[in-house]
Design a protein around this ligand. Structure first.
Ligand code: NAI
Length: 703
């Protein structure tokens, strides 16, 4: 390649060098070369310098892991965002340079990173790079020309699909779509320099996308696209704005389209939905960080995984690991259960393939990674064992005692228990430091959340290993300490309790579910119970009955339904009726009669209940328990609790999670309402000490 003349730092984040007659502008703002003020200033200075006569062309390249990850979300709403030049200013400058500019992309060009590439004259990407405009995922739309330039470049239908859904594509697919001019296996900078020396005309203004006329509509029905965005969609406002903007690319001149896009972007940045989605985005990233573990702690190598139990959870967990490329030994105690489990896995993969999301070859590859066994000794070669047998301490203790003998030294011994004591399990083995809880959610191959339950004796490197492995299988891990139900299920108890009490006080299951669904929850508590099965909770209540404090209110509704054989969907009736095997809940007068009878027996006068009370009683019950969990140090941070509820329990991401919701409502107001409930309903509503303390200190957040 041509000799380097000099390298100059144009800003702390941008380097400039001239190789032969080509200026190379290198973005170097780790971790993602975000378009913060120092990249903007440096890039602008680089383009100015490239006006020099010795420079005949420019290559923009990223340092480190990728080309550019787009806007710096951390800058939003801060003074740094207002530092000139703005992103559009820099983009204008690039397009006005009368010399060819090539974007040399490796790793990723996402959001503003792809928009930067779209104002260059050419794009060359390395195979494996990820390319897309994912802004809608954080409640925004591409705000630096993406909605106007991508449709002009690749056509409206494909552009709308990518922008509205925030999907990313590989460089190879980007080349097929025409987003990039060339896809190369090697260094994209070398490829760009070679490309420039092989016949790209120098010295003249090469064509840019902005010179193209509005995109052809491709027959896209924009109204139908708007109608398809369901009211419950987490980023509904952003998706609708994205559709409007792409439509404008088919009708408006570029400047008018850009102005319209900018206006929508500015409006969205400050919307409650986008702020909440940004909160969830950062909360998910922070969740994997552990404050009290040395960052240098190395994870243990995990190459082979064993899953014990091939029931509902074991099959899903085995698939989750196979999806992440891990070989899995799936171990059952009897042939029938094992065959059923393997058949379930095959059926699931084939259903995914039928939807076009896996090829037949991928199905076979994943199935080949899962080896079924009937002998626990098959766990002897595993680096990580996940136990998913019945939720029974005696059964689990026995399995752990055997694993202690069978497993190799240093193997991580995990339990998928949803509420049993991980410390007690650890005490059954000679190596308690290797024991941890890995609480997957059902279906485990789909749900993103993984509660990582750190026992009193769990070694730091076992925690680090679990967090790392979770990320390898595309889960969002949240660390919890040991308590009954950990973070998520512990919070669910008071939430369900209040929903039950509301029935006795005057509401119906259908009404409570509808109000909470209107609030944004994926499913109301009673439809959810019917789906999960009422018998499991009933068994637990019977077990715990002797220890229940007698002076506290207790709703009998659930027990009476179970006594009548109503276990939910699986028996065709629960809080609702399910007609002829349908999964659609139908309100049932018999249930209303049970509720009225229980209320009368408990001496409760039924009354009118407002929608607002339903929301407050259920959601503030979550918030108060969440604050207790945080105060006790079970969760590391309030935002971790938000991640648990958004990713594991269908809490609306557009409201940021229960703790974020409370902070938005105002902690003083939250405490006031909780104290009012305490006056009426008694000690169940005693405020969390952390909440009281936050209000006393005048704090607007839990931390
Ligand atoms: P399941 O009853 O569907 O499956 C348990 C399986 O373990 C059965 O197939 C059984 O044959 C097998 N098994 C029992 N003893 C065994 C042994 N000694 N060796 C090998 N296999 C054995 O139960 P499910 O629902 O999969 O639950 C498993 C665990 O996951 C429980 O601890 C449960 O609390 C937890 N969990 C369940 C969730 C759910 O939604 N079902 C959600 C999260 C956790």
């Amino acid at each position: 390649m041509s000799e380097t003349k000099h390298i100059v730092d144009l800003s702390p984040a941008v380097q400039y060098e001239v190789r032969g007659d080509v200026a190379v502008i290198r973005l170097a703002n780790p971790p993602v070369n975000g378009l913060g003020d120092s990249i903007r200033t440096g890039l602008s200075a680089g383009i100015t310098a490239a006006h020099d006569d010795v420079v005949r062309a420019v290559v923009i390249v990223g340092a480190g892991k990728g080309f550019c990850g787009g806007a710096d979300l951390r800058e939003f709403g801060t003074p740094a965002a207002a530092v000139k030049p703005s992103v559009p200013d820099v983009f204008d400058q690039i397009q006005a340079l009368p010399k060819p500019v090539v974007a040399a992309i490796h790793g990723f060009a996402l959001g503003g990173g792809l928009e930067l590439a779209l104002v260059c004259n050419y794009r060359i990407a390395q195979t494996g790079a990820t390319i897309g405009l994912p802004e809608v995922n954080v409640g925004l739309l591409p705000g630096a020309g993406g909605t106007q330039r991508l449709p002009r470049l690749i056509g409206t239908a494909e552009a709308l699909n990518m922008i509205q859904n925030g999907t990313t594509v590989t460089a190879a697919r980007a080349a097929e779509l025409g987003i990039v001019d060339h896809c190369v296996p090697g260094d994209p900078l070398d490829a760009a320099l070679a490309f420039l020396s092989n016949g790209v005309p120098r010295g003249s203004a090469a064509p840019v996308i902005d010179q193209r006329p509005p995109a052809s509509g491709d027959g896209v029905d924009f109204d139908a696209a708007r109608r398809r965005v369901r009211p419950s969609t987490r980023n509904r406002v952003a998706q609708l704005a994205a559709i409007d903007a792409v439509e404008a690319a088919t009708t408006h001149r570029i400047d008018d389209g850009l102005a319209l896009e900018r206006e929508a972007f500015v409006r969205l940045v400050d919307s409650p939905e986008a702020k909440a989605l940004r909160h969830v985005f950062f909360a998910e990233k922070h969740a994997a960080k552990v404050a009290d573990i040395d960052r240098a702690t190395a994870p243990r190598p995990i190459e082979r995984v064993a899953v014990i139990g091939a029931g509902t959870m074991g099959t899903g967990i085995a698939m989750a690991f196979a999806n992440g490329g891990f070989p899995v030994d799936l171990i059952e105690q009897n042939t029938e259960a094992l065959d059923r489990g393997v058949a379930t896995i095959r059926r699931n993969y084939e259903a995914t393939a039928a939807k076009g999301r896996l090829t037949a070859q991928q199905v076979e590859q994943r199935l080949a990674l899962i080896e079924p066994h009937l002998d626990l000794h098959a766990a002897s070669t595993a680096d990580l064992v996940v136990e998913a047998v019945f939720e029974d301490m005696a059964v689990k203790r026995e399995v752990f005692a055997k694993l202690d003998i069978i497993c190799k030294p240093g193997a991580v011994l995990a339990s998928n228990t949803s509420r049993l004591d991980v410390n007690e399990l650890a005490r059954t083995v000679s190596r308690p430091q290797d024991v941890i809880g890995l609480h997957f959610f059902s279906p485990a191959n789909v749900m993103k959340l993984l509660e990582v339950v750190r026992g009193d004796a769990t070694a730091d490197d076992v925690v680090v290993t679990s967090l790392a492995v979770a990320q390898k299988i595309a889960k969002v891990p949240v660390l919890s300490k040991v308590c009954d139900g950990f973070i998520g299920n512990r919070m669910l108890s008071p939430y369900r309790r209040e929903a039950d009490f509301l029935l006795e006080e005057g509401a119906t299951p259908d009404r409570v579910d509808r109000v909470l669904q209107d609030f944004g929850l994926a499913m109301g508590p009673f439809a959810m119970s019917d789906l999960a099965g009422l018998d499991i909770g009933w068994a637990a209540r019977k077990r715990l009955a002797p220890t229940r404090p007698k002076h506290l209110r207790y709703s009998r509704v659930d027990d009476v339904l179970c006594e009548g054989g109503r276990f939910g969907q699986k028996t065709g009736s629960g809080y609702y009726r399910y007609v002829n095997g349908s999964r659609t809940p139908v309100p049932d007068p018999e249930v209303d009669a049970v509720i009225r009878r229980c209320a009368a027996e408990a001496g409760i006068d039924r009354r009118e209940i407002s929608d607002a009370e339903i929301v407050d009683r259920c959601i503030l019950a979550l918030v108060n328990e969440g604050a207790k969990i945080l105060g006790e140090g079970i969760a590391q941070r309030a935002s971790d609790i938000d991640v648990v509820y958004v990713d594991g329990y269908g809490f609306p991401a557009s409201r940021g999670g229960p703790m974020y919701y409370a902070q938005n409502l105002g902690l003083e107001e939250v405490l006031r309402r909780i104290r009012e409930f305490e006056v009426v309903h008694g000690e169940y509503w005693s405020p969390a000490p952390l909440l009281e303390q936050a209000v006393r200190n005048g704090s607007t957040s839990f931390q």
